[in-house]
Structures are given as structure tokens and as C-alpha cells.
Design a protein around this ligand. Structure first.
Ligand code: DX5
Ligand code: ZN
Length: 211
């Protein structure tokens, strides 16, 4: 059974609360929250106040993906707003060990992630210190892009090396490629447009979860 993490980036932002509750009622264990700053990625999304507003209305794990420069400045705000997992990009970390330590000091889970051009090896020194690795399968910034197949090799490599590691995949996952994604070894599946743009989002959540 997979963990499903619908990305609210593709949700109807005018109805975020009901959109979150809809995917949670369908069985999603996580809610993936994409935070973008217009610097590290060419788009702006949301900040801690949105997370805080949603928190009382959901029991799901809030999986916060920080696509921002200077992430260390915002960790505490996202913890206070209700994040359960905070994932930071290797590319944005000035001192990855310090950043991991900082996130852990608040008692939340920590994830680390890399963009498609970044080799997977850079993550290896940190694997024992983190709760999750996120492999980006699109260049971050927007929902609805196509999965970059070569990035699945990073997941295969990690799964073979670390049979018990939580490996999340983010970008371009659809019902048409979910079997490939699971075969590669991902166990936490982010799906944005595949869920929220579907005619039947609940069916999509249930299908992914059953994998
Ligand atoms: C991309 C974000 C993703 C995105 C996924 O920068 O990190 O979480 O919302 O959307 P889909 O599943 O549509 O590729
Ligand atoms: Zn994301």
C-alpha cells in the first residue's frame, strides 16, 4: 500500500479547506504543500498562514515542500503553523547538516530533496539523519508537467541501497505511469494535477493508495 500525498498546488484555492477534506476522506494520508518563493523557482504560492488556516480542518500529515531560498529563516514559522514533515532542497542549503538539525530540533520530520539535474549521490551523506528523501521528477515550479523518466533511476538506486527508506516522488505522476513509479521503489506518491484535475479525484486517490 502506498502513501498518497495530493499536492494542493493543483487544488481550487478558493475552496482549499473542502479540497483538502475531499482527498483526506478518500484516504489520502498526507497533504503535500508546495511553498514557492519566486526566487528558487519561478512561481509564488503560499506561506505559513495558509498552512495554519488549514491545520484545524485536517488530521492528515502536512508534508511541506519548501522550494525557497534561505529555508532556515522559515522553518520555525512552518512548524508553528502545523507542518508535520518539512522537506528542504539540497540546492538551497548553505549547511545541510545544520538545516537538518534545526528541523529536527522542533520535533517534526525532515525530508531532503534534489532537482532533476542534481545527482542523487549528494544525498547519501545525510540519509541516516533524515526521515524521508524526495526525488523530484519535474523541474519544480509548476504542477501539470511531464515526469522525467531518467529521474526514476535515482529512486531505483536509493531503493536498492536502502530497502526501508521513505522515498517520495514528486512531479508528473499519473495513473498511466503509477506502476512504473511503484516498481522503481517510491512509497510516498505526490500527485497534484492527476488528483485535482481528475473527473473523479477520489478514485485516483484510492487507485494510487491500493498500489
Ligand atoms: C512542482 C511541485 C509539485 C507539483 C506536482 O514544483 O513540487 O508538488 O505540484 O504536480 P503534478 O503532480 O501535477 O506534477
Ligand atoms: Zn512538491
Amino acid at each position: 500500500m502506498a502513501i498518497v500525498a495530493p499536492s494542493i498546488l493543483s487544488a481550487d484555492f478558493s475552496a482549499l479547506r473542502s479540497q483538502v477534506q475531499m482527498v483526506e476522506n478518500a484516504g489520502s494520508q498526507y497533504i503535500h504543500i508546495d511553498v514557492m518563493d519566486g526566487h528558487f523557482v519561478p512561481n509564488l504560492t503560499l506561506g505559513p498562514c495558509v498552512v495554519e488556516s488549514l491545520r484545524p480542518h485536517s488530521k492528515a500529515v502536512f508534508d511541506v515542500h519548501l522550494m525557497i531560498e534561505n529555508p532556515e529563516k522559515y522553518i520555525e514559522s512552518f512548524v508553528k503553523s502545523g507542518a508535520d514533515i518539512i522537506t528542504v532542497h539540497y540546492e538551497t542549503a548553505k549547511d545541510m547538516n545544520a538545516l537538518i538539525k534545526q528541523i529536527k530540533s522542533f520535533g517534526v520530520r525532515v525530508g531532503i530533496t534534489i532537482n532533476p539535474p542534481t545527482p542523487v549521490d549528494v544525498l547519501l551523506p545525510y540519509i541516516d539523519d533524515v526521515d524521508m528523501v524526495l526525488i523530484m521528477t519535474v523541474n519544480p515550479g509548476f504542477g501539470g508537467q511531464s515526469l522525467i523518466e531518467e529521474c526514476l533511476d535515482k529512486i531505483r538506486f536509493l531503493r536498492q541501497k536502502y530497502p526501508k527508506l521513505d522515498i517520495e516522488i514528486d512531479g508528473g505522476v499519473k495513473l498511466e505511469n503509477i506502476d512504473k513509479v511503484i516498481d522503481a521503489g517510491a512509497n510516498i506518491i505526490v500527485a497534484g494535477s492527476a488528483v485535482f484535475n481528475a473527473k473523479d479525484p477520489e478514485m485516483v486517490v484510492k487507485t494510487i493508495k491500493a498500489k
